[in-house]
Structures are given as C-alpha cells and as structure tokens.
Design a protein. Structure first.
Length: 297
C-alpha cells in the first residue's frame, strides 16, 4: 500500500497544475462545516507533508484594496495516508522576492501568520478531499516584474513543525531599471618625491647648464650634509679606559704576592728542622713559632 501513496500524491499535484493552466483557481470547492468534520490530523497521527500550489492572482490586500499577489491551494497529508486531511495549528507563509541585495533576498520579505481559528476560515472541500485556499498579497508597491518564492510552515500541537517546498512564482510587469551606481571618486595618487634636475639655457652660447635655483638648492644640500657629518664627529668621543680591567689586574698581582709569601724554599725548611732538633731546651714558644711558620698543606 505504501508504494501507491507517492504516485497518488503526484497525481494530485498534476491535477492541481492542470487546473491552474486551464484558468481555474479552485477544484470544485464547496462550503463545509469544519466543526463537524472528522478527517482532521491528530497528535497521535499528525500531518507530515504539505503539498502547495501557487500562481499569480489578483485579490484584496491587507488594506482592503485590490492588489496583485498569489493564490494558493494547500493539501496536508498524514503518514501512510494518500487522502488529504484538515489540520489544527498555526500556519506561517513566508514570502521572498529577488529585490535588493543578496543578503536581503535571503530573508523573507513578509510573513503571514494564521492562528488555528483563522486558518479554518480558508478550509474548503474539493474533489480531492480536504484542502485550503488562501490569497497572499505582494507587499511591494508598483508593477515591476518580480521573481518570488513562497514556503508554508505548519506548527501542530504536540508535533514537530513541517514545511512545504519552496515554490517559485513569477509576477509579470515592467522590467525594473538597474539603479545607477554613483561614480566612485578615487583618491588622487600621491606624487613621490622625485628629484627633477631643471636645465636652463645660457643667455650666451648653446651649452646647457643647471639653473641658478637648482645650483643654489644643491649647495644647500651639500652644506647640510657637511653639518651633519660635523655633528656626528662631535658626538663620537674617545673610549674611556675600562676601570674594571684595571681592578682585575691589581687583584691578580695581590694574589700572586700572597702565594709567593706562603711558599718557602726547601733549603730554609730543612734548616729550620735541624735547628729545632738540635736545641732540646727550646721554649714552647719556639714550637709555636715553628707551627706558625710551617708550610700549609
């Protein structure tokens, strides 16, 4: 049975399309009492698909005046059910057109919102079953040609929102003139500081030479360069002697003297030993003196 549902829906769309080509804007629509109707979608078996057909039409605008817009016929289907049903919930119709920049075109031009009660006013009984017929005004003034698109959203209580496909509709009219782009005033290119040598002809003779102004400017440049060289020479001073190296050198000398004082020749050490052994009556002070004079190991 499932494989028959999609062909039936395509057949319904073909019938809707053929009716629009023949000039009919309804499918044998008749009035009905929606309060006594039983073929409604329910929270346990909600509508899962929207089939919409839009075509250019004339109708009443929001202000009650005649305007051009779009006549739509909408069918709602449940899962595994080839027959359309009525729905309860909030319906949003998004309207787009090709006017303005790309960023503006990606946003809806207008949104039409129908609550559950207002939406049931557009319910009809067609030869295909329950359906809805609605007119959506085009909000832009004028009669310019426009490429538009419409999409329907249904919000059902206790179920996820569902959307129809984006349907394109062309409104005939005069071709809009492209807006004239203002001339962009480009910033003048800054001239580089290029040295130009001006040649002047001498009053007498045919030889060319530099003009007097240029020679004067060159003389000033040479004088400025000489002044800069003199200033640089004046700023350069003789390097000061490094006091740190002098202190290091002095410390090295002092250390070498101390080391020389601590070191004694081997002959003197032997003489001191012989003298200590020969004199047995040496006072204890001599022993202390020997200990003080002994080499440090």
């Amino acid at each position: 049975m499932n494989h028959l549902i999609m062909p039936v829906r395509f057949l319904l769309m073909l019938i809707l399309f053929s009716s629009s080509l023949s000039g009919c804007t309804s499918l044998a629509l008749s009035s009905w009492n929606w309060k006594t109707a039983k073929n409604f979608a329910s929270p346990h078996k909600p509508a899962v698909e929207i089939v919409a057909l839009w075509e250019p039409a004339e109708g009443k605008g929001v202000d009650g005046l005649p305007t051009r817009g779009f006549a739509g016929q909408l069918l709602f289907f449940q899962h595994n059910n080839s027959s359309p049903v009525y729905v309860k919930g909030e319906v949003l119709v998004y309207l787009y057109d090709d006017q303005g920049e790309l960023k503006e075109q990606s946003k809806p031009l207008h949104q039409y919102k129908f609550d559950s009660g207002a939406w049931q006013v557009h319910a009809v009984e067609s030869t295909l079953g329950p359906a809805y017929q609605v007119f959506i005004p085009y909000v832009r003034k004028g009669r310019d040609q426009a490429e538009c698109a419409l999409r329907v959203q249904l919000s059902q209580p206790g179920s996820a929102d569902i959307y129809s496909r984006m349907i394109s509709v062309k409104l005939e009219g005069k071709t809009p003139q492209p807006a004239e782009q203002p001339l962009v005033q480009e910033k003048p290119v800054l001239k580089e500081n290029v040295l130009v040598e001006t040649l002047a002809r001498r009053e007498k003779g045919k030889r060319l030479e530099l003009s007097a102004e240029l020679m004067e400017s060159k003389a000033k440049q040479v004088a400025e360069q000489q002044n800069q060289i003199q200033q640089v020479n004046a700023e350069i001073s003789e390097p000061e002697s490094d006091e740190r190296e002098e202190r290091i050198r002095r410390l090295e000398q002092q250390l070498s003297l101390l080391l020389n004082e601590q070191k004694q020749p081997p002959v003197e050490q032997l003489n001191s030993l012989n003298q200590n052994s020969a004199s047995a009556t040496t006072p204890p002070s001599g022993y202390r003196q020997f200990r003080l004079n002994a080499p440090q190991e």
